[in-house]
Design a protein around this ligand. Structure first.
Ligand SMILES: [Zn+2]
Length: 349
């Protein structure tokens, strides 16, 4: 089964723009990349991209990963051409100061800058003040007239950041939440050969604004069990206490026991831990009282679906310097792949 993951796919995925509700660039890339590996592919009304791969049993496994990233939507253009925006998904406005962004429009994509007052003229009071989204704007380096020829209200912007590998097998990029999970699911679909389950590999939309795509995708599929692959905060950094880490980088796949939206059923939780131990997959337990992911919507679909979130620990999550470890990505891949290929015994018997 050992397969080398093709991280050039993850690089491409992180550099594609796709805020919630505007995932088409990611969706078309995945459709082209993965169609040869599936027996069927369709896109539903919400925009979820659903691949089907026939298995050897009559049991259905739903694997999902959300395509969307947090970002900005333009809601006002002033006379001088400065763009005002709202945030889509949870972004701390402090992380937007002094950043480059890419504004995506019908006329193409354009560089913009979210500026900040120079230190020379800020006062003590300025620096102590909390930064709000209303204080920020995008400078496109163009006149108001020129901007209006290119940008329309409702266009979106994402942070402008390239994918870099550094340190001990780490990756720093934008949108690793959740292109890292999307990458794992893509690699699983590529690797499966006559899997135990009939596998629905679903790339969902609008997770960052309330698990909206996963809700309709799960409703449309008769799943016996579901695994949702996503990133999760790794607060293993100075200033955070070990009991608040949620997950730590380099410690393997995070198997969710509980988050704000889901409590993993005991049988499924134990079965996944046992699968890790049987195949020496490095794992850690994720407990995130304030986080949630697609599992929250999926497990409550229809009459209920046993569901577990598989999480890739991510430092600086929802910023343009998100960090994941290739080791954790690899272990998440192995768990999702083995669950789909061999079956999760205690759940399907
Ligand atoms: Zn996510």
């Amino acid at each position: 089964m050992e397969q080398k993951l093709d991280f050039s796919i993850l690089k491409t995925l992180t550099e594609l723009p796709g805020i919630s509700g505007r995932e088409s660039a990611v969706r078309s890339y995945l459709k082209d990349l993965l169609s040869p590996y599936a027996d069927d592919v369709r896109t539903d009304v919400m925009g979820n991209l659903i691949f089907f791969k026939k298995g050897t049993s009559d049991k259905n496994l739903l694997l999902c990963a959300h395509m969307d990233e947090v970002g900005l939507m333009i809601h006002h253009i002033d006379e001088r051409g400065f763009l005002r925006f709202v945030t889509v998904g949870g972004i701390d406005p402090r992380t937007l100061l002094a950043q480059r962004v890419r504004v995506h429009t019908k006329k193409g994509s354009f560089l913009g800058v979210i500026g900040t007052k120079p230190a020379h003229i800020t006062t003590e009071a300025d620096r102590a003040k909390a930064v709000g989204v209303k204080d920020l704007c995008i400078d496109m380096g163009l006149s108001g007239e020129e901007v209006k020829k290119r940008v329309e209200i409702g266009d979106f912007a994402v942070l402008d950041r390239t994918y870099e590998e550094f340190g001990n097998g780490l990756i720093c990029a934008k949108a690793l939440d959740n292109r890292a999970g999307v990458f794992v699911l893509a690699e699983v679909l590529k690797a499966l050969k006559n899997p135990f389950y009939n596998v629905y590999a679903v790339f969902t939309v609008q997770e960052e604004v309330g698990l909206r795509g996963a809700a309709t995708a799960a409703f449309g599929i008769e799943a016996d069990v579901a695994l949702c692959i996503d990133t999760t905060g790794a607060a293993d950094i100075p200033g955070c206490a070990p009991q608040d880490y949620i997950c730590a980088l380099g410690q393997g796949v995070g198997i969710t026991a509980l988050d704000a939206r889901t409590i993993t059923p005991e049988r499924l939780f134990n079965a996944l831990k046992a699968l890790c131990d049987e195949y020496t997959i490095r794992r850690q337990i994720r407990i995130a009282p304030r986080g949630g992911n697609d599992a929250g919507a999926v497990h409550q679909s229809k009459t209920g679906i046993p569901t577990c979130g598989l999480s890739i620990p991510t430092r600086n999550i929802h910023s343009n310097v998100e960090i994941v470890s290739k080791f954790d990505v690899g272990n998440t891949f192995r768990l999702a792949y083995l669950a789909a290929q061999n079956g999760i015994k205690e759940v399907t018997l």
